[in-house]
Design a protein around this ligand. Structure first.
Ligand SMILES: C[S@@+](CC[C@H](N)C(=O)[O-])C[C@H]1O[C@@H](n2cnc3c(N)ncnc32)[C@H](O)[C@@H]1O
Length: 285
């Protein structure tokens, strides 16, 4: 993948049967593939390039639209890798990624035998993902269960039907999704998560504050044109998590990026106007 210089952006119409919103997962995969190729990478994702190449082969539109920098995705991915590994080391054996996209953690994090990871995603995206993974003969130790469903529907029922156990602690991951939802839909999604979470459960989530709009204008306008606008923003993530029944530890992305040696050059902002992406780890209080 290191030789791939094409930036992936959502196509107007999707490719084959991939919808616009599904193709946003390819942007993430594209940046993960670039990070994987770096000698000082923050994580390894040997699958990301294959997803991008397969999409290219299937004619998914690409251009050089400005996108969030690779470092943004690299820091976020590393954070949630560490989050899931911490949960495993703490004894958690059930995990759920909501809007899993082209996340290959079931394979690349070497999650051990005995861990069961559910991936909830739209059916067409899961079909695309599986077609690539089967070509690669990807191997894993953990038990991986696909839950092809729309998060606007009764996904808790689909999850339980797929074997999810409400009596054991779960590590949830909601990465790259919540800002696409309205406040009401995001809250509803997380209320359902809370309801399904046994005591001792974990939640990993990402959100952004409103000032982020100012540094993302070109990307957001492109996403809005395609029908996937960002619709919600969070100013106080701890209060938001507490209201939903979780005790959170929030890492602002810029602070984490400094710690990982990947500071983003966003420029200077007036007080109270600093763009913030929140990387959240929470436990069921
Ligand atoms: C930006 S991608 C993030 C993917 C993944 N979480 C990651 O970080 O690699 C957003 C994902 O949300 C999925 N998605 C959007 N709306 C959805 C819905 N209503 N139900 C299920 N998945 C949805 C898309 O298909 C896409 O894969």
């Amino acid at each position: 993948m290191s030789g791939n210089k094409t930036k992936f952006v959502p196509s107007e119409t999707g490719s084959n049967d991939l919808s616009f919103i599904e193709t946003t997962a390819l942007i993430v995969a594209y940046h993960r593939s670039l990070e994987h190729a770096r000698p000082d990478r923050l994580f390894a994702d040997p699958f990301a390039a294959a997803f991008v190449e397969a999409a290219q082969a299937e004619g998914i539109a690409s251009d050089t639209m400005p996108a969030a920098p690779t470092d943004y995705f690299a820091v976020r991915t590393r954070f949630f890798d560490e989050y899931l590994l911490k949960a495993v080391h703490a004894g958690c054996r059930q995990m759920v990624t909501l809007a899993a996209g082209l996340d290959a953690r079931a394979f690349r994090l070497q999650l051990p035998r005995g861990v069961r990871l559910f991936e909830v995603e739209l059916a067409t995206m899961l079909r695309f993902k599986e077609s690539v993974l089967s070509t690669l003969r990807a191997r894993r130790e953990c038990d991986r269960v696909l839950v092809p469903t729309d998060l606007r529907d009764d996904w808790p029922a689909a999850l339980v039907e797929a074997g999810f156990d409400t009596s054991v602690p779960t590590a949830w991951l909601v990465e790259g999704l919540l800002f696409y939802l309205t406040n009401e839909d995001g809250d509803r999604l997380l209320q359902r998560v809370t309801k399904l979470s046994a005591p001792g459960s974990w939640l990993g989530a990402e959100h952004v504050n409103h000032a982020t709009i100012d540094v993302m204008a070109a990307v957001l306008s492109r996403l809005a044109q395609g029908g996937a606008p960002w619709q919600s923003f969070i100013e106080n993530p701890d209060a938001w998590m507490a209201r939903l029944g979780w005790v959170s530890r929030v890492s602002p992305h810029d602070e984490l990026a400094l710690r990982y040696g990947r500071p983003l050059e966003l420029g200077a902002f007036p007080a109270g106007k600093q763009p913030k992406a929140w990387l959240i780890e929470a436990t069921r209080g």
